[in-house]
Design a protein around this ligand. Structure first.
Ligand code: PMP
Length: 314
């Protein structure tokens, strides 16, 4: 007998994260802001969705088998997601990450039983991510059992958001969505959610959000910044550059302050890029004004930032 209340494994509990109205951080003159809190997702971030979708897609296309070693270059959450999926499905998993990402991320990857290879970030995250990728590709060239999902160019990444995250938002939000904004790591989130929301309301406004020190879509240069998971210094293949109407730039200070405000005013313990997204959403909500609705995502939980300046005064 199947008990409908019991999941057979944790991956069956993926998704269906709550959407929350920001009541205190936002002004009543603004459009309302609704946030999809992915910090409450399985694995603590939005990236478990893409990890799961990329691995299921590779299985369906016969690209991997039980002897496959999954190797992925990532600045963090994708590695945690793949380590989790690898643990449940039984794949050996190796994550290659810059040594500048938070210590919590490395520990979480190892805690799921995956291996970590660290590449030194000498102050240019873009160059470091590229070196992580080259290391992964070398491993694949040397060992035919290695499969590299390549989140920056894998169509199964935005597909996870088209087929799941975006549809959940449409189910959860009653009435039209007038604005959406998101920071860009691989671009999977903004591409997948943006395409679906815009197909429902072509007049809506979508903002791509970039860290001040990595605003490359806006023509800026890449440096180090604290908004981990976005602003990796590359323009990803899977990013649909037609989907956003404008680019909004957020400083580290604004991202940190907004993330702290979310904890202190709204009780939402989220990461730094969540602060980035809400800082942009507040601006967009001010622009669109009362009576309109702005949606954004909070990609992960604050608990993976204890060792970072987000918690420096605690
Ligand atoms: N924020 C965080 C904390 C992330 O880990 C990521 C994923 N790199 C993003 C935002 C951006 O998501 P995407 O890769 O879909 O652009």
């Amino acid at each position: 007998m199947v008990n409908k209340m019991i999941y057979e494994n944790i991956l069956e509990a993926l998704g269906h994260t709550p959407v929350i109205r920001l009541g205190k951080i936002n002004s009543p003159e603004n459009a309302e802001i609704l946030v999809k809190f992915e910090g409450l997702n399985v694995g603590g971030s939005i990236k478990t969705r893409t990890a799961y979708n990329m691995i299921c897609d590779a299985e369906e296309r016969g690209l991997i088998n039980k002897d496959t070693i999954i190797v992925e270059p990532t600045s963090g959450n994708q590695g945690i997601g793949l380590a989790l999926v690898g643990a449940v499905k039984g794949y050996r998993t190796i994550i290659i990450m810059p040594d500048s990402v938070s210590e919590e991320r490395r520990k979480l990857v190892r805690h799921y039983g995956a291996e970590v290879v660290l590449i030194h970030d000498a102050g240019n995250i873009g160059a470091c991510i590229e070196e992580c990728l080259q290391t992964a590709l070398r491993m694949a060239a040397e060992n035919p059992s290695v499969y590299v999902p390549q989140q920056f160019e894998n169509p199964a990444n935005p597909m996870a958001h088209r087929n799941h995250t975006a549809l959940e938002i449409l189910e959860q939000v009653d009435g039209p969505i007038h604005g959406f904004c998101s920071g860009i790591g691989t671009g999977g989130t903004i591409t997948g959610i943006g395409e679906v929301l815009k197909s429902k309301n072509p007049d809506m406004v979508i903002w791509a959000v970039e860290p001040e020190n990595a605003a490359i879509l806006a023509g800026g240069t890449i440096g180090t910044h604290l908004q981990m998971g976005i602003g990796d210094g590359v323009i990803p293949d899977i990013l649909n550059r037609e989907i956003y109407d404008d680019i909004y730039i957020v400083s580290d200070e604004e991202a940190l302050k907004t993330s702290r405000d979310l904890a202190r005013l709204e009780g939402i313990m989220c990461g730094i890029s969540s602060g980035t997204n809400v800082a942009a959403a507040l601006k967009l909500a001010g622009k669109l004004g009362r009576g309109k609705t702005v949606v954004t995502v909070l990609p992960d939980t604050a608990e993976r930032y204890f060792s970072t300046p987000l918690f420096e005064n605690e």
